[in-house]
Design a protein around this ligand. Structure first.
Ligand SMILES: Cc1cc2nc3c(=O)[nH]c(=O)nc-3n(C[C@H](O)[C@H](O)[C@H](O)COP(=O)(O)OP(=O)(O)OC[C@H]3O[C@@H](n4cnc5c(N)ncnc54)[C@H](O)[C@@H]3O)c2cc1C
Length: 505
């Protein structure tokens, strides 16, 4: 490809002259591409620490604790007025091969199997090195969380879309919030400052698109504040599933009409700011939908994320249409073909085991989910509310329960271990839609180091990233339960890596 554009100026000349202008800060608006928007070091930094970490979800909090424990001073920046991002609203299911728990339940598993499931579940588009690292270190992550004060249930199960019984839940439906709370307590114990309301607005490198990352620029109450990072910067800024502009750039079908399970601030500007400094991205159009948004509120909730053994999906015709333990993308694609793109999670009393009883009561009262002591009663409600044919609905449940008895779901192939009868009242129906849930793409990082790579494939020195802000870990489709493990394992690793950098004066 020719290096010269139509004006006859070579790209190299253009880049060189533009860089000089930026470095000299005599920039005319619109003079050069947005990608050359770059921030130079301020005359005076406002604050400093060895490691500046942006984002207070699982990844950022884990990185902060590990960097501190490795002898570094740390500052955590967070744009929201609260700690926890998506992590605090998440279910907290965590996949790890765990012989101690699994053997008691008669479950055969291995790190190799977790690795294979993850690679295959993402259509072999993930980086095998990253997947191996995840599978090998996931149990360590659980043990570390236990040390940090998180207690997990003594048994494992198959969270929706995880494809195998190796999902761990925090006890007593503590969910992601209990993981965030424990990590935040540890951060507080170490007196690591968390600055709320600070939004990353730029990364500072030594030169335009070159050299080490020296710190960050953040906006707080309309003011620009500069943080010097004497060892490095870790981005734990999460995904962009709530960012309609960004997600439609890569997946135009996921427009504003499509709900999201994410907090509204799960937006991707930190990825853009890293791109401004030359960072590369990978897998950006791999965006996962999860059947987990309530039909009436369009928000994450109702009975979603129950173990799929205790539920079946029924469409408005009163029929099942997919195996409920399939991959998340397979199930959401199947749902897109159904009337009104709407299904009912049908569950019996077993759901109480994995769902907060108070939440169930509240959502039933609010009319967001339906409940009846009998299946006939539930069928009558569904007829009234959503015009679902009663006979058809009851016949579907009967047929499913017969499959459970015969140990085989001939129609859709739900696996035997996940076949549990819908038999013990009260019975529930939760009208549910698919919402954008997880962005598998993000910043490209080197192997298992968390070091962010630029568009030429070179490491951007002293810039690290972990958790959902990164790409390449999950391929096209993330397994349920693998994100928590990803964020903890890689957050910890990044914290340690950044802390091991040579301290600048
Ligand atoms: C409802 C829900 C349920 C889920 N359940 C599970 C589950 O059971 N198991 C599983 O494996 N995965 C689950 N996931 C996915 C998983 O929880 C997320 O991938 C994970 O929480 C992401 O953690 P993180 O630390 O990367 O990002 P987050 O937790 O989103 O944290 C990122 C933080 O960075 C901040 N930030 C972003 N941009 C900036 C900026 N410019 N400046 C300053 N701060 C910024 C954000 O405000 C946020 O606080 C779930 C996700 C959702 C939404």
């Amino acid at each position: 490809m020719s290096e010269k554009d139509e004006s006859g100026i070579s790209r190299r000349q253009l880049l060189g002259s533009t860089a000089a202008i930026v470095a000299g800060a005599v920039v005319g608006a619109g003079m050069f591409p947005k990608e050359l928007h770059a921030i130079t070091a301020p005359k005076k930094w406002d604050r400093e620490a060895d490691v500046i970490i942006v984002g207070t979800g699982y990844a950022g909090l884990s990185a902060a604790i590990e960097a501190f424990d490795a002898g570094s001073s740390v500052i955590l920046l967070e744009k929201n007025p609260f700690v926890g991002g998506n992590s605090i609203t998440a279910s907290g299911g965590y996949n790890a091969v765990d012989p101690e728990r699994q053997k008691k339940q008669g479950i055969e598993d291995s790190i190799d199997l977790h690795y294979k499931h993850t690679l295959a579940g993402g259509d072999f588009r993930a980086d095998p090195e990253k997947v191996r690292f995840l599978a090998e270190n996931a149990l360590d992550g659980i043990k570390w969380l236990e040390k940090m004060g998180v207690a997990f249930e003594p048994t494992v199960y198959t969270i929706v879309g995880s494809l195998y019984p190796r999902s761990h839940d925090p006890i007593n439906n503590g969910r992601g919030a209990s993981i965030v709370k424990a990590l935040k307590d540890q951060v507080d114990k170490r007196k690591i400052p968390i600055l709320l309301g600070y939004k990353l607005s730029g990364l500072v490198r030594e030169q335009v698109l070159a050299g080490m990352v020296l710190g960050v620029q953040a906006e707080n109450k309309g003011k620009k504040v500069y943080f010097k990072a004497k060892k490095g910067v870790v981005l734990g800024t999460g995904g962009f599933a709530a960012d309609v502009k960004m997600r439609t750039k890569y997946a135009p079908q996921l427009d504003a009409e499509v709900p999201t399970t994410n907090v509204p601030t799960a937006t991707g500007e930190a990825i853009l700011r890293a791109e401004d400094e030359g960072a590369d991205v990978i897998g950006m159009d791999y965006i996962q939908l999860l059947i987990a948004c309530n039909y009436y509120t369009k928000k994450y909730g109702s009975l979603a994320n129950l173990g799929i053994d205790s539920a079946i999906f029924v469409n408005l015709k009163g029929e099942r249409f997919v195996a409920e333990d399939q991959r998340r993308d397979v199930m959401s694609d199947a749902l897109m073909q159904q009337p009104k793109k709407l299904l009912l999670w049908i569950a019996d009393d077993l759901c109480k085991k994995r769902y907060n009883a108070e939440t169930i009561e509240k959502t039933v009262k609010e009319g967001l989910i339906f409940r009846s002591d009998t299946l006939e009663g539930l069928a009558a409600i569904l007829k009234e509310k959503l015009d679902i044919p009663q006979d058809k609905f009851l016949a579907t449940i009967k047929k499913y329960n017969e499959s459970v008895k015969n140990g085989e779901d001939k129609e859709f192939g739900k696996t035997k271990t996940n076949l549990k009868a819908i038999a013990t009242g009260p019975f529930y129906a939760s009208p549910t839609q698919a919402g954008t849930h997880h962005t598998m793409g993000g910043l490209r990082t080197k192997g298992t180091t968390g070091q962010v790579i630029d568009r030429d494939g070179n490491i951007i020195p002293r810039l690290y990233a972990a958790g959902e802000v990164t790409g390449g870990v999950h391929g096209t489709n993330r397994l349920g339960g693998n994100a928590t493990a990803d964020c903890i394992v890689n957050g910890k690793a990044c914290g340690k890596m950044a802390a091991a950098e040579k301290r600048l004066s």
